[in-house]
Design a binder for this molecule. Structure first.
Ligand code: NDP
Length: 288
């Protein structure tokens, strides 16, 4: 292996220690950062994600509230629950685990979360703030990618960054964050002609598609930084990314593993966003 492994698990662990220290400081000023997670239905993968988020928030000393609603909950009932949490001063971050059952409009749900408690960074107000370079809650996965690069000493400024995937939660906001860091950004997607021609020009390549082995050694430039967001199962049921790790690691300069790369950073950034939201409460609660 010639590439340097970017150890997302370790970087996320360090971030969580820093967050826990800041939570303690807030506790001394009578603020306990609170995260409310809403889980609708019985989706096993969603349950696992929600458990991981809850566990991580408790470990850093946050108050974590899990609201479980059945598959048959009406859209109106869900919206009312969110509005209640918007007004709850013990809750600084609200997260609705996606996907939602088909009878519920995800966009309506996201737009009902107060932008000031939208720690997932999916609300159009936060996306707009990100696009216009304002302070915002950044979506956790793109934010995690950026923090991971900075912690590794990689500065995106002036770099050619190619993002494969243009979803609202990963691809598009990742590109915007890189643009804000003065990178030159190219987006690729399912209609891109000649993917390799683009990816081979990348100094930093972000693969966020959801297809195992989409990115091979032939897709990358020697020495490139490879960020693998994908989470897939290979034929033997093992978790893997979008990048053919075993061959790409001998050509890349830096590479993230799956698991242990972007995934742990995503959860750490959720905690960071919740902390950021709670810090704002300092201005409304008198200190001891
Ligand atoms: P989406 O399915 O929403 O988006 C996938 C994107 O990939 C689309 O923009 C699609 O293009 C593009 N695409 C599909 N096929 C190709 C192809 N052959 N060549 C180039 N582009 C293609 O997925 P998400 O963005 O939600 O997630 C992407 C992956 O990242 C998934 O594996 C997911 O599990 C993982 N993930 C990991 C997280 C983590 O914390 N590690 C967090 C979130 C997601 P088009 O727009 O044209 O359809």
């Amino acid at each position: 292996m010639t590439a340097v492994l970017i150890d997302g698990k370790e970087i996320a662990r360090k971030k969580r220690v820093e967050i826990a220290d800041e939570v303690k400081e807030l506790n001394e000023r009578n603020i306990i950062p609170g995260l409310a997670v809403i889980l609708v239905g019985d989706n096993q993968a969603s349950k696992t994600y929600v458990n991981n988020k809850q566990k991580a928030s408790k470990e850093v000393g946050m108050h974590s509230s899990l609201i479980t609603l059945s598959d048959s909950v009406t859209e109106q009932e869900l919206l009312e629950k969110i509005e209640e949490l918007n007004l709850d001063s013990s809750i600084h971050g609200i997260l609705v685990q996606l996907p939602l059952p088909a009878h519920i409009d995800e966009i309506k749900v996201i737009e009902t979360i107060s932008p000031e408690k939208d720690v997932d960074g999916f609300h159009p107000v936060n996306i707009g703030r990100l696009m216009t370079g304002q302070d915002a809650f950044f979506p956790c996965t793109p934010y995690g990618i950026m923090v991971m690069l900075k912690e590794t000493g990689i500065d995106p400024e002036g770099k050619n960054v190619v993002i494969v995937g243009r979803s609202n939660i990963v691809g598009k906001p990742s590109g915007q964050l890189f643009l804000n860091e003065n990178a030159t950004v190219t987006y690729c997607h399912s209609k891109t002609k000649d993917l390799k021609a683009h990816t081979r020009a990348a100094d930093i390549l972000v693969a966020a598609v959801g297809r195992a082995d989409l990115i091979t050694a032939d897709h990358i430039k020697e020495g490139a930084v490879i960020i693998d967001v994908g989470m897939n199962r290979n034929n033997s049921g093992k978790l893997c990314g979008d990048v053919s790790f075993d061959e790409v690691k001998d050509k890349a300069g830096y590479i993230t593993p799956v698991p242990g790369g972007v995934g742990p950073m995503t959860i750490a950034m959720l905690l960071l966003n919740t902390l950021k939201s709670a810090k704002k409460a300092l201005h409304t609660v008198p200190s001891k």
